[in-house]
Ligand binder design. Structure first.
Ligand SMILES: Cc1ncc(COP(=O)(O)O)c(C=O)c1O
Length: 443
């Protein structure tokens, strides 16, 4: 190979790294130490032809695997027929995708706005919530990630907020539900999440100037460390919101479209929000995102002159991809598959927990799984350095993983939900070897 993506001098291609260092903004710390050349299904291949199991689905997005043949076909065909349009022009894929999402989503979430990124979808939902409610205060969970644009970043607490000046006025935080480390875990081991939620809302009520517009939450907090709210939590959160006239925005960027064993994770909780946002998995790796809301809210926003006019709002190409992704997920029963294979994966990781003292917790739902490494099981002290060593060793052994930010040692595991059973076994085996090789080693 000797082309734009392939192998000139393998991963060590000094010319490429020099160019990268000279011309790329480092938007999230260090880059991975290899050059990707190709990706297919659950695997990537580096510039030396080495196979790497992608246990993060790209950036938690390639839910039906890389370069799924039907997606490749749709992209090829659509880009040659109808690629991009002036934003007020409609086309069949956009309207059909909106109608399909409206049909599949819970409750009355029948009006759809298409955008390109998760941040954009949350930005739009927050703006609509403000316009419809006539209020401006937004509540987020303390380990959330909703994006890096103004409104979404103001409600994001799991990344550093330092260095960028004021966030949006009226940004309030609730304690994230963490069944493993919450200070509201009682001496008998029971997690008193109701007391935590009451405490959180008591603080919110004291801070509010009477303008609570919305609460935004992920049904499972992925970037925060795969924190799964206990059953009943989301309903109680929705009740607290309704009691205050607040709208609920559920961000299903990572949980949407089958990953957790439900098409939408909020279905498990029986909660229908006023806004549901989808991104990452909707385009399965291509930039597509959506905001779903009720006709009532959409009508109110329209009457009040809602403006969220973006360049790609009516693009047929990503919309056609979204239609195909949903078709594949439903036709191939991938939601059920995520549920069964998720159980298989957790069973494998729980077996590792028997062998490795440093595994404090294995959690998650479907194929969104958290593996929490600790220095001390009883104290549940996070082991961030060990997790980084394990992640590096996993990569050497042929698997890409993701460790969450923020001083924890938590692996966020989200493979494509098309993954094969033996590929999961391979991953568990790699984790086993990587942990064994990393424990007790200096950095
Ligand atoms: C739950 C959630 N919402 C929103 C976003 C932001 O999406 P994007 O990076 O596409 O703006 C992310 C990204 O990680 C996410 O995990």
């Amino acid at each position: 190979m000797d082309d734009a993506v392939g192998n000139r001098n393998g991963n060590a291609d000094s010319e490429l790294w020099v160019k990268a260092r000279a011309h790329l903004v480092r938007y999230g710390g260090e880059f991975a130490p290899f050059i990707a050349a190709r990706a297919q299904g659950s695997f990537m291949w580096d510039a030396e032809g080495r196979r790497i199991l992608d246990f993060c689905s790209g950036q938690m997005s390639a839910i039906i695997g890389h370069s799924h043949p039907e997606i490749v076909e749709v992209v090829r065909r659509t880009v040659g027929e109808l690629d991009h349009l002036y934003s007020t022009i409609l086309s069949r894929p956009v309207v059909e995708l909106a109608a399909l999402l409206a049909k599949l989503a819970p409750g009355q979430l029948e009006r759809v706005l298409l955008v390109s990124t998760g941040g954009g979808s949350n930005e739009a939902a927050i703006r609509m919530a403000k316009l419809a409610s006539g209020r401006h205060e937004i509540v987020g969970l303390s380990r959330s990630w909703h994006g890096v644009t103004g409104g979404a970043a103001s409600a994001t607490y799991s990344s550093s907020r330092r260095g960028y000046g004021p966030v949006q006025a009226g940004s309030f935080v609730l304690p994230a539900p963490d069944p493993y480390r919450s200070p509201f875990i009682r001496a008998d081991g029971i997690y008193d999440w109701r007391a935590e939620l009451d405490f959180g809302f008591d603080l919110i009520d004291r801070q509010s100037t009477g303008a609570l517009a919305a609460c935004i939450a992920e049904p499972i907090l992925s970037s925060g460390g795969v924190l799964e709210p206990p059953e009943g939590y989301m309903q109680a959160l929705a009740d607290k919101c309704r009691a205050r006239g607040m709208l609920l925005i559920l961000d299903e960027a990572q949980t949407g479209l089958g990953r957790t064993g439900h098409l939408f994770a909020c279905e498990r909780d029986g909660v229908t929000p006023e806004f549901l946002t989808l991104s990452k998995t909707l385009g399965a790796g291509l930039p597509l995102a959506a905001v779903l809301t009720t006709p009532e809210i959409e009508e109110t926003c329209y009457e009040r002159g809602f403006l969220f006019y973006t360049t790609h709002a009516s693009d047929p190409l990503p919309a056609a991809v979204g239609l195909k992704v949903i078709e594949v997920v439903i036709r191939d029963k991938l939601t059920e598959r995520a549920r069964t294979l998720g159980e298989h994966l957790r069973a494998g990781l729980l077996a590792l927990k028997q062998r490795h003292e440093c595994i404090g917790d294995v959690r998650g739902r479907g194929l969104l799984v958290g593996l929490d490494l600790v220095k001390d099981r009883a104290a549940r002290t996070p082991a961030p350095e060990l997790a980084q060593r394990v992640a590096r060793r996993c990569l050497e052994l042929g698997m890409m993983t993701s460790v969450v930010r923020g001083g924890y040692g938590i692996f966020r595991i989200a493979p494509p939900i098309t993954i094969a059973r033996d590929e999961i076994d391979l991953a568990v085996d790699i984790f086993d070897r990587a942990i064994r090789d990393s424990v007790g080693k200096a950095q």
